[in-house]
Design a protein around this ligand. Structure first.
Ligand SMILES: [Zn+2]
Ligand SMILES: [Zn+2]
Ligand SMILES: [Zn+2]
Length: 424
């Protein structure tokens, strides 16, 4: 490239003369005792076109020589490596980083505006303590879930390998072993730095690598916020046998006040109700797809709204069985007598006689009467229970087969303690 040191009209005092480059660990290489050459005002910055101090070094054995490509002001403005232009914190292209943090590029493209902007930014950089990026980036949220998932946290030294020998690809390289370039088939179209336009990458547009990463991010599983803002309950599935209330509390209390934790042993799941929606949202974001307790990866979902639950009589079980709404089921009244057809709808793999008892769950108990939940069900309803409620009905399995149990007609709750349906 043309290094127009003489023709550049920029005030020479603003030319960069730094002692150390700003580099990512990958570009720096593995060797801590690296030797660098430094050339004052050696080239024009590929972004702002002002002369800057160019560093050259070899990042490791059999690696290609690298040099800084943009000036330190341009690097600081975007918090990127002076050589590879990847974000210094996440190791990601600017376009991905800015999308993740919802930052919009504000660097002007016209020469005059650019110079003015750069000078302003330089002033801002000089006044900052250097711990935070300047400009919009410094004001952006400090992190995003997507960036944490995509981020490269360890150096990727392979990126420093020599480029592929173009002569060898054509079968014409005569240097053999001595050839400093790689004698490999160009099977690596994904090399993040191959054939990219440095300005596009800096401004965060049309970056093929970024587009690929963003496509990958959009196909990652995610948890959508329920529209019903009254939902503050998270469903935690796949608990296994021995996850306890306090283990769940230990993880979830950090996100905000927990109203209730209800573990449903039978379904190996739990419902965690937070006091605020904000706490529930934070907990969902920080736990989804990454909550591991006792070595088990737990399944985090949003709870369902009361309205939806009432309508569908407790929609979907953990095993994915959907419970169809039963049309015409009266509110607080006992369900109609069971027919053979109805009894065959075995929604929860319970003994055949229990299906109606389960479906009653979503309904409010009649005034003054507490409704004992069937075994293993209805945790979100527990708080409505009267502590003075009569003991649970005998487990389904203990009743004679073929007998229908209606909680709302349970003789025990009517005070008829003497009579029991075939209890022990
Ligand atoms: Zn620059
Ligand atoms: Zn780098
Ligand atoms: Zn070669």
């Amino acid at each position: 490239m043309a290094t127009s040191l003489g023709s550049n009209t920029y005030n020479r005092q603003n030319w960069e003369d730094s002692d150390f480059p700003i580099l990512c660990q990958t570009c720096l290489g593995e060797n801590p005792y690296i030797r660098m050459t430094k050339e004052k005002f050696g080239k024009e910055c590929k972004i702002c076109a002002r002369p800057f101090t160019v560093f050259r070094w070899c990042p490791g054995v059999r690696m290609r020589f690298k040099k800084t490509e943009v000036c330190q002001t341009c690097s600081k403005m975007k918090n990127v490596c002076q050589t590879c232009l990847l974000d210094l914190e996440y190791g990601l292209p600017i376009q991905v980083r800015d999308t993740g943090l919802s930052v919009k590029d504000e660097v002007p493209r016209s020469d005059v505006n650019k110079e003015y902007y750069t000078q302003n930014m330089e002033r801002e950089i000089a006044n900052s303590d250097g711990t935070r990026p300047v400009g919009l980036l410094g004001k952006a949220p400090s992190s995003s879930d997507m960036l944490l998932k995509l981020a490269r946290t360890t150096p990727y030294y392979k990126r420093n390998r020599p480029h592929i020998c173009s002569f060898w690809v054509k079968g014409e390289c005569k240097r053999g072993e001595e050839c400093p370039y790689r004698h490999e088939k160009p099977t690596d179209p994904d090399d993040p730095l191959a054939d990219q336009n440095i300005k596009d990458r800096y401004y965060g547009i049309n970056d093929p690598v970024a587009n690929k990463l963003l496509t990958r991010a959009s196909s990652m599983p995610r948890l959508d916020l329920p529209e019903d803002k009254s939902i503050t309950t998270l469903y935690i599935g796949g608990l296994g046998e021995d996850v306890t209330d306090s283990e769940l509390r230990n993880h979830f209390y950090q996100f905000g006040e927990i109203r209730t934790i209800t573990i449903v042993q039978r379904q190996q799941c739990a419902f965690i109700q937070f006091a605020t929606r904000q706490a529930a949202e934070t907990a969902a974001e920080k736990s989804f797809n990454k909550l591991i307790i006792n070595g088990r990866r737990l399944n985090v979902k949003w709870g369902r709204s009361q309205a939806a639950r009432g309508k569908e009589k407790d929609g979907v079980t953990e095993s994915g069985i959907r419970l169809d709404p039963v049309p015409g089921l009266p509110g607080a009244l006992p369900p109609p007598p069971v027919s053979d057809e109805d009894a065959s709808n075995n929604y929860f793999n319970l003994p055949p006689t229990s299906s109606h008892a389960v479906m009653n769950l979503g309904l409010p108990p009649p005034p003054g009467v507490a409704m004992p939940p069937p075994p293993g069900f209805g945790p979100p309803m527990f708080h409505t229970m009267d502590p003075m409620a009569p003991p649970m009905p005998p487990p389904m399995a203990m009743r004679p087969p073929g007998q229908v149990h209606y909680p709302s007609q349970d003789p025990q709750r009517m005070g008829a303690h003497a009579s029991r349906h075939g209890g022990p």
